[in-house]
Design a protein around this ligand. Sequence first.
Ligand code: ADP
Length: 433
Amino acid sequence: MSWKRTLLLIGFLSAIALAIEYRWQNPLGWVALSLTTGLLLVIRRRHAERVARWILSPDQEPPADVGLWDDVVAALYRRLRDQAATIQELEETSTSAMAAGQALPVGVVTLTTDLQIRWFNLAAEKQLHLQPEQDLGQNLQNILRAPAFASYVKSGNWSEPLTLKINHASGNYNLLLRLVPYARDRTLLITRDLTQIEKLETTRRDFVANVSHEMRTPLTVLAGFVETLRDAPEGALSAQQREQYFGLMAEQAQRMQALVTDLLTLSDLETSPSAEFTSVRIAQLIDTTRTQIEALSGGRHHWDWQIEAGVDLAGNASELASAFSNLLTNAIRYTPDAGTIRVKWQSQPDGRARFSVTDTGIGIASEHLPRLSERFYRVDRGRSRALGGTGLGLAITKHVAMRHDAILDVQSKIGQGSCFSLVFDAERVLRPL
Ligand code: ADP
């Protein structure tokens, strides 16, 4: 209790004592009693005013020492604190719900039952070309004016989505959209841009067409020779001719085999989850590959191997071997005889590690570079086929690179040669302690 209140209480009690002493006869007692009572009332009134002021702006600290009001203030303060915590919790929930809505890859628009726009996320903003300042509160039918959408709305049957062609200055595309009623008086519009799905579908169709085409050529050749051998009258073919035909048939069979092997490798890389990574001794792996590669080159090229020992990778040995040997085989294929092929495996000052194959071969015109790792993309289809290429080598290499946090870098000048590199992230590189 503050000294002022103690003093006042003493005064009040003394006034009562005085009044009793004079048996309520002496006016002095009455005056003292009235004065102290009045003072007490004024003080209580001021306390009540302070409490009222605080209630009106509860962000401020509660008033301290307000006499009888202390209990009320404490209870109110506790209640306000609880409420503030609940409000903050609700705000956090609603903020994270809004953020989740914004991050959705599909477009979402919340609408009233008569299709007035209340809110929309970024994907919807992009897909429907909405402008927040202008379109909030607008009727959706003023924005999607296509008659097909009007009939969709009118039909009231929204169990199936509607595909709408959007014609916009930035380009035309198909949009899949669906209305979904929710709560008591709300409707949701969900939209999805079909461009990506359509692109994937085209890629899939192209892939099937490419595989069929690649298979058809060797099969046609094989079938032709089989027919010739079967139908040729006894003695019509010399032993030398027969041998030549069988040789050509074996070549076509090998081509199909290479194609099937590459297709299976690619499909494995695309569908299987990343294999367990182990510590791969890259110098050793390159050494093993080197024997096969130099045999394939058959002394037609000059080789320069600069391999840094002790720089290893956390990865999958067979995937890495396949990626390295694709780059090396390509260098052999596209470097004329007597050319030089330089192979380097080195750690970089920034902690990364680089495997590079530089050749003095035919080189590649710059317009082809961005597409080289597409499946079946070849600069010169005839040349690639003649040299035993499947058109899948770099697609496989790119996949292996992605699975090992590496990038495939290609530098090339037509007529001068190429440099294909795989650059591995520092986190992948293992060095001896
Ligand atoms: P391919 O089996 O046809 O070699 P790849 O996917 O390995 O298929 O390579 C795609 C294309 O990239 C090749 O057809 C070729 O045109 C070009 N290419 C790849 N490596 C080289 C290289 N070292 N020099 C020149 N062109 C290359």
